[in-house]
Design a protein around this ligand. Structure first.
Ligand code: ATP
Length: 508
């Protein structure tokens, strides 16, 4: 298959009703998208399947549905108010603001022609080279133009160090010293980079004097789970180890959103806080890593890779983090994350709320604060990865076709029923067949245009199978089933249709 880029995915997503640019009639609104009918179905399939897999099919996980706006103290306790920052830099000339760490990393990659292979070596380099050495060296030299990999690696680590140490002066020195141009206006006139908090704030309970309480839209779904931990323990008769799951929106004031739905200001997460005894954390971490990889397999994602975070790159709450990354057309980027959050969150909420969150451990007879393993999945990035994984362009004898090869389990339309013509009772027969197949999920009755065009349309939506009603159906009671991937057609009796489809497409 030919290589494809994001433009093709974005165009298909709009053309076929997966995702439209948001507020388009007002000229669009930065990085906002509306999931169209097929995008919503795809998203719903992902969320339903996730809930079934990790909540309903397990005896050790329960679900909740918490609020987006939580008590403001939550974010003091969780550390988000102080630590949930991105380093940003303003161009003094055009006044545009960009996220400096991503920008510099891309700049170095472009300059050295670094590819994904380099990322692997870079990981090794991060582990092996004493950071302080590289950092000090960086302070002296600034960045140099190089195509040598070890130089490239040093520069990347130097930037990371500058940012990790909050030494944004070093980053400024590199921007100016290397005459790195603003991507918007091409000038080299950078202000000193600063850390900006990513949380969206809003005013609540305004009084007559105009005073209001600042509240925040949650930047992750996890915290509502910690806030309800005690309620779950008291009402649900759960015992360690157990998990609390939630699906919901999160909001981040990302300064450089982009790559379609990859980085959005509002997005959905599927998260589990899995509470454990401290001494089991390593084993539980591995078990969840496996479960997450199994999930990728279940929905049909193959280009998935593990990335172990270096200790000094860990979030403020984490002792170990592994990302599952995906090979998107724009590079290998985070899809999901798995973190060992220790007892950080419960301890913080206990301290800030002054409510005891410890539970009684029957074995030791003591009160303990459970530790937590957190697997987290982004819904929007799953949608994007599935679109990228499924996208195929194929040459046919009579032209080309674009086909989305979704696994049936996630496909937004499961079966399309097509009357060859709307006359001679075929439409009515198609309606009868639709009633039979709708048990598989969202199905379509597709009766517009030539049959060939209808197949192409269903291919582009990713419908695994089409069922065609023709004159033979009316005479002999048989229909044609047409397989999306092989494009092979087969006649079956209507009485055997549902069984055949179930066996071939809809049995996990
Ligand atoms: P990144 O490094 O890409 O900013 P992150 O490490 O901050 O991501 P987490 O805080 O681990 O992300 O969030 C959990 C998951 O939520 C991510 O793995 C991703 O799938 C999703 N996610 C995070 N930020 C966004 C966003 N701005 N838009 C869409 N999905 C997101």
């Amino acid at each position: 298959m030919k290589n494809f880029n994001m433009d093709q995915i974005v165009a298909l997503a709009k053309r076929r009703g997966f995702a439209y640019p948001g507020s388009e009639i007002y000229g669009g609104f930065a990085n906002s998208y509306t999931y169209g009918p097929y995008g919503s179905e795809l998203k719903k399939n992902i969320k339903d399947l996730w809930w079934k897999t990790f909540v309903q099919n397990r005896t050790d996980v329960v679900g909740i549905d918490g609020d987006i706006i939580l008590h403001p103290k939550t974010w003091e306790a969780s550390g988000h108010l102080n630590n949930f920052n991105d380093p940003l830099v303003d161009c003094k000339s055009c006044k545009k603001r960009i996220r400096v760490d991503d920008f510099l990393e891309d700049w170095i990659k472009k300059r050295t022609g670094a590819t994904m292979e380099y990322e692997k070596i870079l990981e090794k380099f991060r582990k092996d080279v004493p950071k302080e050495e590289v950092y000090q060296e960086g302070l002296k030299e600034g960045a140099k133009k190089t195509s040598n990999f070890s130089e490239y690696a040093k520069q990347v680590v130097r930037f990371e160090e500058g940012i990790a140490k909050d030494d944004l002066k070093l980053v400024h020195q590199i921007l100016q010293g290397q005459k790195i141009k603003c991507p918007f206006c091409g000038k080299v006139d950078w202000a000193e980079p600063r850390q900006f908090n990513l949380m969206f704030s809003t005013q609540m309970s305004k009084t007559l004097e105009g005073e209001g309480t600042v509240a925040y839209l949650r930047p992750e779904t996890a915290q509502a789970i910690f806030l309800e931990f005690k309620n779950i323990v008291d009402t649900m008769r759960v015992k360690l180890p157990f998990g609390i799951a939630q699906i919901g929106k999160a909001f981040r004031n990302e300064i450089t959103p982009g790559n379609f739905i990859f980085r959005r200001l509002e997005f959905e997460q599927m998260e589990i806080e899995y509470f454990i005894f401290e001494n089991t954390w390593e084993k539980t971490f591995e078990a969840w890593l496996k479960d997450m990889k199994d999930w990728c397999q279940l929905i049909g994602l193959t280009k998935v890779h593990e990335l172990e975070h270096a200790q000094e790159k860990l979030s403020h709450y984490s002792k170990r983090t592994v990302d599952l990354e995906y090979d998107f057309p724009f590079g290998r980027k985070e899809l999901y994350g798995l973190a060992y959050r220790t007892d950080f969150d419960l301890a913080q909420h206990e301290a800030f709320s002054k409510k005891e969150l410890k539970i009684h451990d029957e074995e030791s007879g003591k009160k303990i604060l459970p530790h937590v393993i957190e697997p987290t999945w982004g819904v929007d990035r799953t949608v994007l990865a599935l679109l990228c994984e499924a996208y195929h362009e194929e040459k046919l004898e009579d032209g080309e076709r674009v086909v989305l090869k979704f696994k049936p389990i996630v496909a937004p339309v499961k079966v399309a029923v097509m009357p060859l013509m709307k006359k001679d009772g075929m439409k009515e027969k198609a309606e009868e067949v639709f009633e039979l197949v709708k048990e598989f999920g969202n199905c379509e009755l597709d009766d517009g245009g030539s049959i060939g065009k209808r197949y192409r349309r269903q291919d582009e939506i990713g419908t695994p199978v089409c069922v065609t009603i023709d004159y033979d159906t009316m005479e002999k009671g048989t229909v044609t089933i047409r397989d999306r991937d092989s494009m092979k057609q087969e006649r079956v009796k209507i009485g055997e249709l549902v069984d055949k489809l179930r066996k071939r497409y809809f049995t996990i």
